[in-house]
Ligand binder design. Structure first.
Ligand SMILES: [Zn+2]
Length: 310
């Protein structure tokens, strides 16, 4: 997997952009995924209802990454007892996205709209801080999967787990997925001395305006035009956009770690039967192959003081 490193040709494609209502304690973010989403989409070719949910979750995860305080990886997973068992999206360094879904019963997928295909379940948000080579303690929040859409489920997460008023709008259609997040600034970031009532009124007014956004506008209007169309009376400071791309964090080293965790006898059985061990990444379909010598080296390295078998 070689992630594209050059910025997207069109400034509005594959970008994450934060904004701030300068006179209010409210912030927001816009995300638009083009080739980042098209790559995830074409890697899997899920049935339409699953694809839409994955596109929305991927976009929402980028939006959440934009407001997370720490640098690292944010993973959002929704699991349930319905025809769709799980849908998961990950954003690393606010720029690298990957996602996956697990279908339990493909034939029953058409039965329920939106998150209904997940049935009863949970939303889990995991944040793994990373700074250079240092990986911090992960933080995890879990709430019941409420509402009929990914946006509602995540709004529920913020209401229950963080107690920060948050609204999210998402739209996925074909090879494009887009979204907007509006959030009251957490108390420690608030810079206006507005009382609780004023803060609530401001948030109510802004989200009422934001609610007039159509899915077509969300997907197609350039960020600046979208914000001036929705909030023309407000002073909105738009930050520099950040580019988004599809990139997978799998590697031969990480795959080796997975092999190390498996019993040697089990690996030898596979080698006897197939001549090699073939591991395919579920996210990007990269294939890692290990022969008998590789496997011996992996397990020799696992036993300290017994590393002569290289
Ligand atoms: Zn991969």
């Amino acid at each position: 997997m070689n992630p594209a490193t050059s910025p997207p040709a069109n400034a509005d494609e594959d970008r994450l952009q934060r904004f701030l209502f300068e006179e209010l304690d409210i912030r927001g973010a816009l995300a638009r995924l083009d080739s980042a989403w098209a790559s995830v989409r074409s890697a899997h070719r899920y049935p339409e209802p699953v694809e839409r949910l994955l596109g929305e979750l991927l976009t929402a995860t980028a939006l959440l990454a934009s407001i997370v305080k720490v640098q690292g990886t944010i993973t959002v997973q929704a699991t349930g007892d319905g025809p769709l068992a799980a849908v998961m999206a990950e954003c690393r360094d606010r720029s690298q996205l990957r996602g996956i879904a697990r279908i339990r019963d493909a034939e029953a997928l058409e039965a329920a709209p939106g998150t209904g295909i997940l049935g009863k379940g949970l939303v889990t948000i995991t944040i793994r801080p990373e700074l250079g080579d240092r990986i911090g303690e992960p933080y995890q929040g879990i709430v019941p999967l409420d509402g009929s859409s990914i946006a509602e489920a995540l709004e529920g997460y913020f209401a229950q787990s963080e107690q920060i008023p948050t609204r999210i709008w998402l739209s996925t259609e074909g090879d494009r997925s887009a979204g907007m997040l509006i959030q009251a600034l957490p108390p420690e970031l608030a810079h206006h001395d507005h009382g609780e009532r004023r803060r609530e009124e401001d948030f109510g007014r802004i989200t009422l305006l934001a609610d007039t956004v159509s899915e077509t506008e969300l997907r197609n209007l350039p960020g600046e035009r979208l914000l001036s169309r929705l909030f023309f009376e407000e002073t909105v400071a738009l930050q520099r956009p950040q580019s988004l791309e599809f990139a997978c964090s799998c590697s031969r080293d990480r795959t080796r770690e997975a092999l190390r965790a498996m019993p040697l006898t089990e690996l030898e059985d596979i080698l006897d039967e197939q001549g090699e061990i073939r591991m395919e990444c579920q996210f990007c379909h990269s294939v890692y192959r290990f022969d008998r010598v590789d496997v011996a080296a992996v397990h020799a390295a696992a036993a300290p003081g017994d590393d002569q078998v290289h």
